[in-house]
Ligand binder design. Sequence first.
Ligand SMILES: *Cc1c(COP(=O)(O)O)cnc(C)c1O
Length: 227
Amino acid sequence: MSVLTEQLAKTEESITQQCLAGGRNREEVILVAVSKTKPLHMIEEAYAAGQRHFGENRMQELQEKAESLDHDDLQWHMIGTLQTNKIKFIAAYVHWIHSVFKVKQLNEINKRAAQHNRVINVLIQVNISEEPQKGGCEADELDELLTHAQTLDHILVRGLMGMAKFTDDETTISDSFELLRNLQQRHNTNYPKLTELSMGMSNDYALALDKGSTMLRIGSSIFGSRA
Ligand SMILES: *Cc1c(COP(=O)(O)O)cnc(C)c1O
């Protein structure tokens, strides 16, 4: 078994254990393998081992990789900063965009998805870290964004995404995940499709699973550290 295959299997096993311990069903959690900066052959290797969801944080990199790999059942997730003028590069390929928090981004994704006759799944990124550089909207902007998204035929808002504060303090991290879950539950009553919670990375996914995460974005634990 290669190092990558082994690390992927270990991550899978750990997610399964954590789900079991928390009384959760492994089936309700999607593992997004964050392959940013990593070469195509590593994605192919993970795919061969059964991995189907991959995350990228640069639009041109996602485009290039998507054009080079031809697997009908592979799903691409855009998790990084969105530049509105580059959304056209990924619209033909991306299945999920996790990092949307502006009306003009919603409009542009909708327009480009329509050109390709597609519907793109969107998560609204909420800033739960109080670190401005992390991006995301404020909790009180959610209603406006969700209401607007409902007028657009080529996007489906499926949930919320958030990144915890960069800290070792587990209580602080858990609190921000809980905040995101509370927001999702509150808005889910008006927006029934808002069921997903994208939270948890290599260093904090166990805490995120305990708080109800349904999408884990894990890079370095699977592919190794990045340069
Ligand atoms: C890079 C990245 C991840 C994965 O981080 P790791 O620590 O390598 O697991 C998750 N989410 C976002 C938004 C990222 O940019």
